[in-house]
Ligand binder design. Structure first.
Ligand code: TK8
Length: 338
């Protein structure tokens, strides 16, 4: 009787200690060094989330999976890193979906303007069927999509004038992400859109190679665009995400346990990053005001006008991206909205 009880206790204790030690100890996890690249600087939302991811990964792997992070496009622009991952020369990165559309055109859906009304809607679509299906399409191109981080709603800055109406964009050389839809949208609104990698943007603004750009408030603050751009116009014209990617060539050499730990750490980084981004957005706005930027918000009527102006671009790319996909997108947004 007593012996039986003791045996049971021992079995229970063993089971418990295994659970506490976590997956890493028992699992097939080798010491590895993972290079993780990103485009913004270390003091940005991206920088903080990259450090969080590195720490989380060390924690869940008992120090076996070590991540070295490289900010400020030190491993290359988003596009260059995408190529490095596909070729197996770099393990991981985070970047915008816009340049990914060059590999999997369907990622262009996130460049369609005036889709989402709130971060909540974006989360629902990105973490839901549409966002996940898009990530699966990357595998054929040599990339593994892990999670979406928030980049956010984009607003315009420039060195010439406040944008109160679309017409104010006339004659403004506006840097846009390297993506056909972004190019079409801003040219149609009246700007002279110039596609350029983010890594070249600050210098281009400083030297007046371009007059303006568009990015979320958090980036306008962390990249110090306020030093060279006196005007900020709140348009929230598009919500664009970042996606955390792994090289498929490299991913396929990992054990299932290692893949599981990376997925787990990536999911934690997504939750951390979105929360941080939303809190930082409010703080960044104050910084921009204090830095003396002249800030205006376009009226809802003007947003409606802009939306109407770009409708032909939306129609054109709805055909190219696939009307079913765009319908699915709008349905998923509606569902999240209600
Ligand atoms: C950083 C970019 C950036 C994006 C852009 O590498 O290019 O304007 O918003 O966040 O991905």
């Amino acid at each position: 009787m007593i012996i039986q009880f003791k045996t049971r206790l021992l079995v229970l204790a063993t089971a418990l200690s295994c659970a506490v030690a976590g997956v890493a100890a028992a699992a097939d996890v080798k010491p590895r060094l993972i290079r993780f690249g990103y485009g913004l600087n270390e003091e940005s939302v991206q920088g903080r989330a990259a450090r969080f991811l590195a720490q989380e990964l060390e924690k869940v792997s008992d120090g076996k999976l070590k991540m070295k992070t490289f900010g400020s496009a030190n491993l290359g622009s988003d596009e260059q890193m995408q190529g490095a991952l596909a070729g197996g020369a770099q393990e991981m990165m985070v970047g915008s979906t816009a340049p990914l559309a060059g590999m999997v055109k369907e990622f262009g859906v996130f460049d369609l303007p005036f889709l989402f009304n709130s971060e909540k809607e974006a989360d629902a679509v990105l973490d839901g069927p549409l966002g996940q299906d898009l990530m699966k399409k990357l595998e054929a191109k040599g990339l593994v999509g892990l999670v979406y981080w928030e980049n956010g709603f984009r607003n315009m800055t420039n060195s010439k004038r406040p944008i109160t109406r679309a017409e104010d964009l006339q004659g403004i050389k506006l840097r846009v992400m390297q993506n056909q839809i972004a190019l079409g949208v801003f040219n149609t609104l009246g700007a002279n859109a110039v596609p350029m990698p983010f890594s070249e943007l600050f210098t281009a603004l400083e030297t007046r190679t371009v007059d303006g750009q568009e990015n979320p408030i958090t980036t306008i603050q962390s990249s110090k665009f306020y030093e060279v751009q006196p005007f900020l116009t709140i348009t929230r014209h598009v919500y664009t995400p970042w996606v955390v990617l792994a090289s498929k060539k490299w991913w396929d050499t990992l054990s299932p346990d290692e893949q599981k730990l990376i997925r787990q750490a990536a999911a934690a980084s997504r939750d951390f990053e979105r929360k941080d981004s939303r809190a930082d957005s409010t703080k960044a706005m104050t910084t921009l005001e204090q830095a003396g930027m002249k800030i205006n918000t376009v009226t809802p009527e003007e947003v409606a006008r802009m939306r109407q102006k770009v409708q032909p671009v939306v129609d054109k790319y709805t055909q190219e991206l696939g009307p079913d996909l765009v319908k699915q997108l709008n349905d998923e947004i509606q569902k999240a909205r209600n």
